[in-house]
Design a binder for this molecule. Structure first.
Ligand code: AMP
Ligand code: GLY
Length: 426
């Protein structure tokens, strides 16, 4: 379920499974249409989706985006005995409410930034004036805000202004009626991915996400402009520490609170001088992280997802290619602000996924108009390449990026470069 680049990557990987006989995607996109039957149901129409799955006796439903999970899709499917990959509403609250996630972390002694949750300007003022979490301060909307819910402010005045935008002016609607005011953490960011069936945990891989719109980590936050997998800033012992001190207690803490987590847990972390600390959780694969992670997975994805859905994780062990992956997003000019759509896409044959050896293109915001592929969203395509080393993967991915043209095309030219400089001591 879903219609972005992440779902294209999931559908592509699942299509390769010998166990997959039929594949449907709601609503899908022109890339997905080449490998699955797209059905015109919105991912938030939970009852309609469950009816569809029930009528066709669908063996597994894989949920791409967070919204249907937070709305309770897995609960509805569960009630009807339909296998589903993705946490239920109570477990997905880890992504749906940052206030819930912070209180949960605190209850279970899992490392995260110091914070206060506030739901009025008076409360916000008293926290900001008390200087309890210091400056700079991170102001976060409690609810889903599509990458627009976090701002980092340098002084009290700006903190109050940010809080007022959300609480008084309702700039983010109901997502911003409650806020988390959080200590600013210094360090390197890393994303961590694990599967859980509610009890068992299977760590997958790490990745580094490029969230800002422009080169050099400048400009506004976006859904993600690129990604490298694995992260180059994560040592093996830190990987183990994250599993032991963060992922395992999160899954067991949720289970103890009656919120059994069955799905993919995406944990955003800051590697601080005091060790890794949680920045945020997501209840699903990342976009474009999935487009970089899945091409590195050797073998079949389906048995892993089925084990999660059926609560029996442990038999299948994923194997990863040693080759790193780099994924670069091609966006419409102006993204994440306003942009035009309907621009013809050149250099990409309809239905192409594999761009030659070890390079792939995943569709996000595209559509077919009179038989031509045109842009239809902010993030349009993601190009992923694997290489013998990070440099080879970066070079190959940009070779293909530069070939694919559309008016206003916008992309970051520095995906992976900082990590490469660190690796080579540059
Ligand atoms: P989030 O949506 O919570 O991941 O926040 C978006 C981005 O804001 C993160 O990727 C970080 O770059 C930054 N950020 C969030 N929380 C903090 C924090 N406590 N300290 C420093 N940076 C943060
Ligand atoms: N790329 C960030 C996310 O999927 O949340």
């Amino acid at each position: 379920m879903g219609g972005g680049g992440r779902e294209h990557a999931l559908a592509w990987k699942l299509r390769q499974s010998p166990e997959v006989t039929e594949l449907y995607c709601a609503p899908g996109n022109p890339g997905i249409a080449g490998i699955a039957d797209c059905i015109d149901i919105d991912p938030s129409d939970i009852v309609e989706l469950a009816d569809f799955a029930e009528n066709l006796s669908i063996g597994l439903t894989v949920v791409g985006p967070e919204l249907p999970l937070i709305l309770g899709l897995a609960d509805e499917f569960g009630r009807r005995g339909l296998p589903v990959f993705g946490p239920n509403r109570a477990a997905a609250e880890l992504e749906g409410s940052k206030g819930f996630a912070k209180d949960f972390l605190k209850r279970h002694g899992i490392p995260t930034a110091r914070y206060h949750v506030v739901s009025s300007m008076d409360e916000a003022k008293s926290v900001i004036e008390s200087d309890d979490v210091g400056m700079p301060l991170v102001v976060k909307a409690d609810g889903l805000a599509a990458g627009k819910g976090v701002s980092i402010v340098a002084n009290r005045e700006d903190a109050l202004a940010e809080a007022a935008k959300m609480i008084e002016d309702r700039q983010l609607g109901s997502a911003g009626t409650r806020l988390v005011l959080e200590e600013f953490l210094e360090g390197d960011e890393v994303s961590f991915f694990a599967l859980s069936d509610g009890h068992h945990v299977l760590p997958l891989v790490s990745a580094q996400d490029y969230k800002r719109a422009y080169d050099g980590d400048e400009g506004p936050n976006t859904g993600g402009m690129g990604c490298i997998c694995p992260a180059t800033n994560l040592k093996a012992d830190t990987f183990k520490m994250i599993v032991k001190d963060i992922i395992n207690p999160t899954i067991s803490g949720l289970a103890a609170e009656g919120r059994k987590y069955q799905g993919l847990l995406y944990c955003g972390l800051m590697l601080t001088s005091e060790g890794p600390k949680v920045l945020e959780f997501n209840a699903r694969f990342g976009d474009p992280e999935a487009q970089a992670i899945l091409p590195r997975l050797k073998g079949d994805l389906l048995p892993l997802l089925l084990e999660v859905a059926e609560g029996r994780l442990g038999k299948h062990r994923p194997e990863w290619t040693r080759e790193p992956a780099v994924s670069v997003v091609l966006a419409s000019g102006g993204y994440p602000g306003s942009y035009e759509t309907g621009k013809p896409i050149k250099g990409l044959e309809d239905g192409t996924i594999e761009l030659g050896e070890a390079a792939y293109v995943f569709h996000a915001g595209t559509k077919n108009e009179d038989g031509n592929l045109v842009t239809a969203g902010g993030r349009v395509l993601a190009v992923t390449a694997l290489g013998q080393n990070l440099k080879a993967a970066i070079d190959l991915s940009y070779q293909h990026v530069e070939r694919i043209q559309f008016e206003g095309r916008q992309y970051r030219k520095d995906i992976g470069l900082k990590a490469l400089a660190r690796l080579t001591g540059g």
